[in-house]
Design a protein around this ligand. Sequence first.
Ligand SMILES: [Ca+2]
Ligand SMILES: [Ca+2]
Length: 270
Amino acid sequence: MKFGETKSYWAVFVVFLILVCSSIGQTQKQQDCRNGRGGGNPSWFNPGKNCNYKQKPYHYYERSIYLNQEQRGCKEVLLVCGTVIVRDSVVARDPGCGEAFWPDPKDGDEVCCEEFQKAVQSKQPCDPSKDADCDGILNENDSNPFKADPPDPDADHKCYQLELDVYNAYLTAGADKWGTSTAASRNARYDCIMRRAKEKCPTIAWQPHNDSHGPVKHTQDPDPDHKCAQLGQDVYKAYLKAGAKDDTASYAGGTAREECRQSRASKLRS
Ligand SMILES: [Ca+2]
Ligand SMILES: [Ca+2]
């Protein structure tokens, strides 16, 4: 093999290594995003070879516990390595207890009991008797108790507040309640949630629309009372308040203003 040939083999090998490493990085990232905060399920969910005592959690559901003439009790129990996790609810006698809240554990749901019990004692990284997968959702509210759920991108309700602010901005501009105002504010909330989710997990397949159009000239000013201009300003400020970047906020404000001008111009023409 000539020296030049060896060099090009090396180059191909290095490129191959880079590709493999970057694809592993990508998979790792997707994994973290799917498993949510802290980057994944706690260690007791993947019992390794060194784990001596593994057990699949056991789930049972007791319906219709007699309470009195009007009410029934429903009791769900999860048994994990000797720890009992209970979910009690009281319902009207009719129709009675609904479907089970927790899913039945499957074969891949084995828990490493030494690690689980160690965490129950030390409460590190969390207390699994209260939150078995350490995702911050307590067992009794977690419909997926053995899998860390991804964080809620709107946990601080900023996107919900944005929806309210945009709705009010449209009402002030004279838009109708149920049509334009509702549609515009829902779109704003969806856009906000998706942007924030994508910031946390860049692998999410969603692209924001940022194809900005300049203002259109109209023969007659469709906005003599500056209601559309005010709407644009209000939407811009609402986005900034929700934590949007300045260009995202200007785009949203500009789009609202132009759509408002278009709609008023077409009313003037008819
Ligand atoms: Ca949980
Ligand atoms: Ca969970």
